[in-house]
Design a protein around this ligand. Structure first.
Ligand code: ATP
Ligand code: MG
Length: 188
């Protein structure tokens, strides 16, 4: 079994997230991509980060599009989400011989040196790093990195939040996710 962890704020999840995951699954023969929304930071009021449950429900809706996509609540009750904790939890549930990868965009991978216990993170997983327009990254000597350079998607959640606030059309959202946002009055 080949699994990849795909963490993020997913505020909200968009079609670049699922494109990236599908492309990585095809290219690296992944059986599962675990979409793991980060915890709602306890010190941030609603409005800065959407509450966990809304972000998780939207992830569930978007994951319906591919049987390899699995929404995960692993970080729900953490106060701050550290990747090393998530990696160790996922690893503990794997069978002998299972492989664990970590799927990540170029912008996020560029920050890896500043992660908590980064040396252990680099030791624990192979990285599948997806190109993202405008972002370059150094590869730390200890890292095992497989580059996925076939995508250059300019979509971001920040831009989508701006569009939703101004009432514009948002074709970068899965239709079910857009419907959820409208039903619950999010991002207004
Ligand atoms: P925000 O603008 O709020 O930061 P985002 O679009 O970057 O949102 P995140 O939830 O921060 O989404 O990202 C989760 C993961 O998906 C990260 O590893 C990020 O690099 C990756 N990712 C998001 N959008 C893209 C994209 N367009 N191309 C490649 N990777 C992406
Ligand atoms: Mg981001």
């Amino acid at each position: 079994m080949r699994t990849a962890i795909f963490g993020g704020t997913f505020d909200p999840i968009h079609t670049a997230h699922t494109r990236v995951a599908a492309e990585a699954a095809n290219r690296f023969a992944l059986d599962r991509v675990l979409f793991i929304p980060s915890a709602h930071p306890p010190h941030k009021p609603a409005g800065q980060t959407t509450p966990f449950l809304h972000r998780f429900r939207m992830v569930e809706l978007a994951c319906g599009s591919d049987p390899r996509f699995v929404p995960s609540r692993l970080e729900e009750h953490t106060t701050v989400s550290y990747s090393i904790d998530t990696i160790l939890k996922v690893k503990a549930a794997l069978a002998p011989g299972d492989e664990l990868h970590f799927l990540i965009g170029a912008d996020a991978f560029a920050e890896i040196g500043s992660w908590r216990r980064s040396a252990e993170v680099l030791q624990a997983v192979d990285f599948l790093v997806v190109s993202r327009p405008g972002y370059d990254y150094p590869i730390p000597p200890a890292a095992r990195v497989h580059r996925l350079e076939t995508l250059a998607l300019v979509i971001s959640s920040s831009e989508i939040r701006r569009k939703l606030e101004s009432g514009g059309a948002v074709p970068e959202l899965h239709p079910q996710v857009l419907a959820y946002i409208q039903t619950h009055g999010l991002y207004r």
